[in-house]
Design a protein around this ligand. Structure first.
Ligand SMILES: Cc1cc2nc3c(=O)[nH]c(=O)nc-3n(C[C@H](O)[C@H](O)[C@H](O)COP(=O)(O)OP(=O)(O)OC[C@H]3O[C@@H](n4cnc5c(N)ncnc54)[C@H](O)[C@@H]3O)c2cc1C
Length: 360
């Protein structure tokens, strides 16, 4: 069995998969390691995933180049045509319209499980060695190669290892890269509802003393909620019966969409603000949540991760065949660019700016 590669990607979440697919065809020998089994086929009429993503037009174009976007059924993707953002005070309101900006849409809304499935399908079509489900026990980074020991005892080596294993990245720790820990002490409570009044493709957000509530448009009469709220209050919301939760959301959203009915059970995710001290070192680079974690209020975390993947893939494709893909001088160029992008998104994560339409 082949065990020497140019690039090994550790983590097959949305960002790791997109990177693998973006690198395919570059002439690099690729491997991907993911502990969770790849998702099976989803029935066309399956219930709506509670993990919904605002995908920027730039990310959608990148996913199309990765052969994934066109695999999504159009009837399960919504165009965000406008945003209405409300503050606590009477009359505090911001509006963004795609039409006014000369755009077709500000963003798209798509389901996490369908995006995963589309990216996996694209990866399977390519000559990428997939170790899945598979975990690893050790990473050794030497001057000429990095070696990953898999849990079955096999060793795979690469000129470059990319950590795409999410916010709690183990590979980042093994590589000796520190993360500045930050915790909003909040949960992101997500659920899908059907709504009485039409949403007209509008994404709503309410900035309230107790947190930020977003209702994002889904096809038909459905909306997806992301309510960023203090941890204890989030736990209370999770414990509510379906009707009680719908009533709470109706009140918090000031009845903007009329009566709500829960269609996908609520789930919650801890919200963190984390930054790494460095994005890369010789033979090692980080992408996605393994490199940065931002508040979901601007819907940018995954979009930032795709930006990392795109920048790294472009740099590796353009590097020239003579150049080692794990060369730190090369990786540092991408990393410095990543740091600039992150710095520009910092104010968004802090709530100063909401720019769903910014193309990557
Ligand atoms: C409530 C909420 C709403 C959000 N909404 C949006 C949005 O609308 N738009 C947006 O752009 N972003 C959004 N985000 C952010 C987005 O979810 C993340 O930025 C994105 O999922 C990060 O993807 P990733 O592939 O880097 O990491 P992950 O999705 O965490 O994937 C990591 C992968 O690594 C694997 N893994 C774990 N441990 C190991 C290991 N030891 N070895 C190998 N593999 C491992 C995991 O199984 C997983 O497949 C939201 C976040 C939250 C919490």
């Amino acid at each position: 069995m082949r065990n020497e590669f140019d690039v090994v990607i550790v983590g097959g979440g949305l960002v790791g998969l997109a990177l693998a697919r973006a690198l395919a065809g570059s002439g690099l020998d690729l491997a991907l390691v993911e502990p969770r089994p790849a998702p099976g086929e989803l029935p066309a009429d399956a219930a709506w995933d509670s993990r919904i993503y605002a995908v920027s037009p730039g990310s959608a174009a990148f996913l199309e180049r990765c052969g994934a976007w066109q695999r999504l059924a159009p009837e399960r993707v919504t165009r965000v045509e406008a945003m209405r953002v409300y503050g606590d005070g009477a009359g505090a309101r911001l509006e963004f319209d795609a039409y006014d900006a000369g755009l077709r849409e500000l963003a798209f809304i798509a389901e996490g499980n369908r995006l995963q499935q589309a990216l996996w399908a694209g990866v399977r079509e390519q000559e990428i060695r997939v170790f899945c489900p598979s975990t690893w026990t050790a990473l050794d980074i030497a001057a000429d190669r990095a070696v990953l020991r898999l849990d079955d005892g096999a060793e795979i080596s690469a000129r470059l290892v990319v950590g795409a294993d999410g916010a709690e990245s183990r590979v980042r720790v093994e590589a000796g890269i520190a993360m500045t820990p930050g915790d909003y002490q909040q949960l992101g409570v997500v659920a899908n509802f059907s709504c009485e009044k039409p949403h007209h493709g509008v994404a709503f957000q309410w900035f309230m003393r107790e947190g930020v509530l977003a209702l994002l448009p889904l096809p038909g009469d459905r909306v997806s909620m992301v309510w960023s709220i203090a941890r204890e209050r989030g736990q209370e919301l999770l414990a509510l019966a379906a009707q009680e939760l719908a009533a709470e959301v109706e009140t918090a959203s000031r009845g903007a969409l009329g009566a709500l009915r829960l269609v996908t059970a609520a789930a919650a995710f801890p919200l963190k603000l984390q930054r790494v001290t460095q994005f890369a070192k010789p033979r090692f680079a980080l992408v996605g949540d393994a490199a940065h974690n931002v508040h979901p209020l601007a819907g940018q975390g995954m979009n930032l991760g795709f930006r990392d993947a795109r920048a790294l893939a472009e740099m590796l494709a353009e590097r020239g065949e003579w150049r080692d893909c794990g060369d730190y001088a090369l990786l540092k160029l991408v990393a410095d660019n990543g740091a600039q992008v992150e710095a520009s998104v910092g104010p968004v994560a802090a709530g100063a700016e909401v720019d769903l339409g910014a193309p990557l």
